[in-house]
Write a protein that binds this ligand. Structure first.
Ligand code: FE2
Length: 304
């Protein structure tokens, strides 16, 4: 079982329709995929990883191993089911940055993160437009739906999953689906741990080589797409050797964004079967989808 890899450079060439179809398949069946040739500067990605790792080593690592989490795990009798073995902080970028609230971050990390996020927002919006195209809705539908008064929310969970002396007792991060929209993950190129559920089986997501970005979709995209696209269960295993880097950027609805399924993706409703049969009589040997569209139009005209 191989996670789909989408090569965004193929969108400009003769393989566009196959690439779009693969993206649609990934969103429908996997809820996650990898992307390459995504336009984010690889040097910048390397710098983000380097400065986050440095920040962890210099500012967070020692205190993590002295934290309540570490003590609880050491004293746990068997599995510690209410703990996550992770060391994280969360930065907001949009609508308003709070990066100044983290005085410990080096200027290098701040500056690199700002440049990286500017590129990542463009990528998230490009992906949102491609998803809209595949869903057959206006290309800016997701962006508009996610926008409150001041546009979509964008934030980054910066995490390390430290080497764990008792990996059998705890998860790095317990099983969950993501609440929001489109999640872009810059992750470790050496240390594994991330897993996604697919067809009832946990599929390991290997470390990201060659600056591929890993993408998954959250609960709001499932609702907006009326269930066509799925938010999928995932988790992080604790590992005994190596500490895993994870920089996950969330392109999410604003807090005041009102979420609903895109009307175009809804079935027709509130008609009598007799009304349906009347249309069916003249369209029986045609595709059903245009018939559903006609029913929707008839019912909305009837309500005016
Ligand atoms: Fe998650």
């Amino acid at each position: 079982m191989e996670i789909p890899m989408i090569d965004l450079s193929e969108l400009d060439g003769e393989n566009r329709s196959e690439t779009m179809a693969l993206l649609h398949h990934a969103c429908e069946k996997w809820g996650c995929f990898k992307i390459k040739n995504h336009g984010v500067d690889p040097e910048l990605m390397e710098k983000v990883k380097h400065f986050v790792n440095t920040h962890y080593e210099e500012n967070l690592k020692a205190s993590f191993y002295e934290s309540e989490t570490a003590k609880c795990l050491e004293n746990a009798n068997g599995a510690a089911s209410d703990l996550d073995w992770e060391c994280t902080f969360f930065i907001w970028h949009c609508p308003k940055s709070n990066i100044e609230d983290f005085p410990n971050l080096s200027n290098d990390l701040r500056k690199t993160m700002d440049e990286y996020i500017a590129q990542l927002i463009k990528l998230a919006e490009k992906l949102s437009e491609l998803m809209c195209e595949n869903l057959g809705i206006d290309k800016d539908h997701i962006k508009k739906a996610f926008s409150g008064k001041n546009g979509p929310s964008v934030g980054t969970k910066v995490a390390k999953y430290p080497e764990c002396p008792y990996p059998e007792r705890v998860r790095g991060l317990r099983e969950h689906t993501d609440a929001g929209g489109i999640i872009l993950l810059l992750q470790d190129d050496q240390v594994p741990g991330l897993e996604f559920l697919h067809d009832g089986q946990w599929v390991p997501i290997p470390p990201s080589k060659n600056n591929t970005i890993f993408v998954n979709t959250g609960d709001q995209l499932e609702v907006l797409s009326n269930g066509h696209y799925k938010s999928v269960w995932h988790r992080v295993l604790a590992v005994e050797s190596g500490s895993r880097l994870s920089v996950a950027t969330f392109y999410n609805p604003a807090g005041d964004a009102v979420i609903s399924p895109a009307p175009k993706l809804l079935y027709p409703e509130k008609y009598t079967f007799a009304e349906y049969l009347k249309l069916y009589a003249t369209t029986k040997f045609q595709e059903k989808e245009p018939r559903f569209e006609s029913m929707k139009n008839m019912m909305s005209n009837g309500c005016d």
